[in-house]
Design a protein around this ligand. Structure first.
Ligand code: BTN
Length: 251
């Protein structure tokens, strides 16, 4: 497994790419080691979760981090929470003295005052017989944001925050190092879980979850040991959700 002491952190800044996730994975196939960040000015084929497009014009942050064999298989599923914390802390740094509320929406969207400012897409590939490469792709709306029918969106500049994608990336680079060290290949999961819960939106509130074939309603009461969402349904039953689109009903 990758140990935090072995990671050599690097950054390549690109111009126009298809997707920084694709670029990062290609570097992995070519033998690149963990700790490589690729950022780009714009993406022509930016991808979001569930096959959605991620509009990626110049002016926002698009970056992906490569991690090879980041943890034992059973711990890899908790990386989305780590990535969310890093993005959350980077955005909070950019907001500095602002009173705007930065919150994580399960599992790894970042909201400012209830509007989405950041999305994260983790992708993985068995690159070699003994190597799974995970790419953490992060998009943060800096100077523009798409109009979305599904949920509210925002960007940092429209909130009066004058930060560039490059400055924001520097924050993200440092915060990711910090939270990955805390996570410690999953050994520090309980600290990550606690931090995530401290920064989360919608705990003890009513939510709606869109799953591929059904819609669930209930109260978001916390995270399970393995970081699934625990939903208490109207009949009192508690169920664990591993993946889905969460909508906060009280905002
Ligand atoms: C989401 O749907 O919320 C996830 C969006 C992830 C977008 C980022 S931008 C950098 C990286 N490259 C991609 O093609 N997608 C991710």
């Amino acid at each position: 497994m990758v140990s935090k002491t072995q990671i050599e952190w690097r950054h390549i800044e690109e111009g126009d790419v298809s997707s920084t996730n694709d670029f990062c994975l290609q570097h992995a196939r070519d033998g690149a080691a963990s700790g490589l960040w690729i950022s780009a000015r714009c993406q022509l084929g930016g991808r979001g979760r569930r096959g959605r497009q991620w509009v990626s014009e110049t002016g926002n942050l698009y970056a992906s981090l490569l991690l090879n064999n980041p943890a034992a298989r059973e711990n890899i599923g908790t990386l989305p929470l780590v990535a969310a914390l890093a993005a959350n802390f980077a955005i909070k740094k950019a907001l500095a003295n602002s009173s705007a509320k930065v919150r994580i929406k399960w599992p790894n969207d970042i909201l400012i005052d209830g509007a989405k400012v950041c999305g994260i897409l983790l992708e993985s590939e068995q690159v070699f017989k003994d190597q799974i490469s995970v790419v953490i792709g992060i998009g943060i709306n800096v100077s523009h944001h798409p109009d979305q029918a599904l949920y509210k969106t925002t960007c940092l500049n429209s909130l009066g925050v004058s930060v560039s994608p490059q400055d924001l990336f520097a924050y993200l680079f440092e915060e990711m190092k910090y939270v990955l060290a805390l996570w410690d290949e999953g050994r520090g999961l309980s600290a990550i879980r606690d931090l995530w819960l401290e920064n989360a939106a919608g705990i003890d509130e009513d939510i709606k979850i869109n799953l591929p074939n059904e819609v669930l309603y209930g109260r978001f009461i916390g995270l399970s040991e393995d970081c699934n969402l625990i939903l208490r349904q109207e009949d009192g039953d508690e169920i664990k959700i591993a993946a889905g689109d969460v909508f906060l009903l009280d905002t």
